[in-house]
Design a protein around this ligand. Structure first.
Ligand code: PLP
Length: 440
């Protein structure tokens, strides 16, 4: 007997508590029960096909159920399912570290030479924050402050929340948090056309005042994603590198959303030619398959954690999780990176972004659309609020046309798989245009 979507929803509602979800209204929002996926398509329990216009949660690089990643996970299952990475090692973990180091960004700043694994974007950020603080205490004097951008999103664990600046998600937890100083974001449109200069001046002033207490500056490079896709000038990253060096703080780039080709380059850092001391990545690392993330670290950071004669205590980084560097996740990531290299997926992503920009020009001219912001295939279409939850209503209208989008407030996010073909790209933009015309 087949179970209908309505039955699955009823069973879900009786047993499940979903992330970032208001359950009082959840059923009214007509949630989808996803049963299968192929390429850019998600297929629900009623057999309806939805074009995955947001790569699930900004993760899918090559499309769903890609044969090469499927085969790599299956092969790994035949040899090693899991073995701890705490003091022991395994081949996929070694090979993936080598691959990530080979791909790491180059430019002004140190080479990134070591890989520390975590389970998701938030836990990579959490590890990077602890590394930065411990680094400061092991290289001179403990500096307890982090400088963060307003409107930032770095995840939802407590350290990541502390360096976030998105009130809807973060305000509730402020009494619990680490010491931080927020600075204006160069992507903040409310600062006007001079926002880059204002933001750099503010960072300079903040570092003058708090630099000696600051262990790290953390930013989402080039694009504040969860804030609503606010892109900004690469010059800000060069200024952040200069100021971090001047005041002896580490620079952390959170590339959890921007990494692995999302911005049309492997890393957003490459747009600026700047290398941070710590780079966090996740999401697309496994092609969107399995939970894995990493912190890429500079050699000078790693070296500060090596025991020396005469030390008063261990310099060990006492951090790590049960499933750190799970071999199945590493095998998926290796397959993803191999296909990305062999099929020039970065080039495909750049061309897809340019094509989307062209197709979206008429949408940008529609009366209900305030601004379209884009870098590569990270796109935010901001609509003017015309009713309660306008952004959500646009996404629902697109869903009726077979396209799955997600809102961030009144910004509709488009972040398709990097390999999306032309007919599906046309469908994505046409459905959005029709939805905007219907709702706004
Ligand atoms: N950092 C950035 C820049 C993100 O965009 C996100 C998630 O959207 C995170 C960290 C948190 O990642 P995760 O949801 O995998 O914990």
């Amino acid at each position: 007997m087949t179970v209908s979507s309505a039955d699955w929803i009823a069973r879900d509602n009786a047993a499940v508590w979903h992330p970032f979800t208001q359950h009082a209204t959840w059923i009214g929002d007509d949630p989808t029960v996803v049963e299968r996926a192929e390429g850019p398509w998600l297929i629900d329990t009623d057999g309806r096909r939805h074009l995955d216009g947001v790569s699930s949660l900004w993760t899918t690089t090559l499309g769903h159920c890609h044969p090469d990643i499927n085969a790599a996970i299956a092969a790994q299952l035949e040899t090693l399912d899991h073995s701890t990475f705490l003091g022991t090692t395994h081949i996929p973990g070694i090979e993936l570290s080598e691959a990530l180091i080979a791909l790491a960004p180059k430019g002004t700043g140190p080479d990134l030479t070591k890989v520390f694994y975590a389970g998701d974007g938030s836990s990579a950020v959490e590890a990077a924050l602890k590394i930065a603080y411990q680094y400061s205490s092991q290289t001179g004097r403990a500096r307890p402050t982090f400088v963060r951008l307003e409107h930032a999103y770095h995840g939802d664990t407590l350290g990541a929340v502390a360096v976030g600046g998105h009130d809807l998600f973060h305000a509730t937890y402020r009494p619990l948090l680490l010491q931080t100083v927020g600075v204006p974001s160069p992507g903040d449109r409310s600062l006007g056309p001079d926002r880059l200069r204002i933001a750099i001046d503010a960072l300079e002033a903040t570092m003058r005042e708090h630099g000696d207490q600051t262990c790290a500056i953390i930013v989402e490079p080039m694009m504040q994603g969860a804030a609503g896709m606010f892109d900004y000038d690469a010059e800000y990253l060069r200024a952040a590198r200069r100021l971090a060096d001047k005041y002896g703080a580490l620079l952390i780039f959170d590339e959890v959303a921007t990494g692995f080709g999302r911005t049309g380059k492997m890393w957003a850092a490459e747009h600026a030619g700047v290398v941070p001391d710590l780079l966090t990545c996740g999401k697309g690392i496994t092609g969107g398959y399995l939970p894995l993330s990493a912190v890429l670290a500079a050699e000078h950071v790693y070296e500060a954690f090596l025991a020396r004669p005469g030390d008063s205590g261990p310099r060990t980084f006492f951090h790590g999780h049960t499933y750190t560097a799970n071999p199945l996740c590493c095998a998926a990531a290796l397959a993803n990176l191999r296909v990305m290299g062999e099929q020039d997926v970065i080039g495909q992503a750049r061309r897809l972004g340019e094509r989307l920009a062209k197709l979206l020009e008429p949408v940008g001219a529609m009366p209900g659309v305030t601004e379209i912001r884009r870098l590569g295939t990270m796109i935010g279409v901001e609509v003017a609020p015309s009713r309660d939850r306008t952004g959500f209503a646009v996404c629902q209208a697109a869903r009726e046309r077979g396209v799955w989008l997600r809102p961030l407030g009144d910004t509709v996010i488009l972040m398709p798989p990097l390999t999306l073909a032309e007919p599906e790209t046309d469908l994505l933009v046409n459905a959005l245009a029709e939805a905007v015309a219907e709702v706004c």
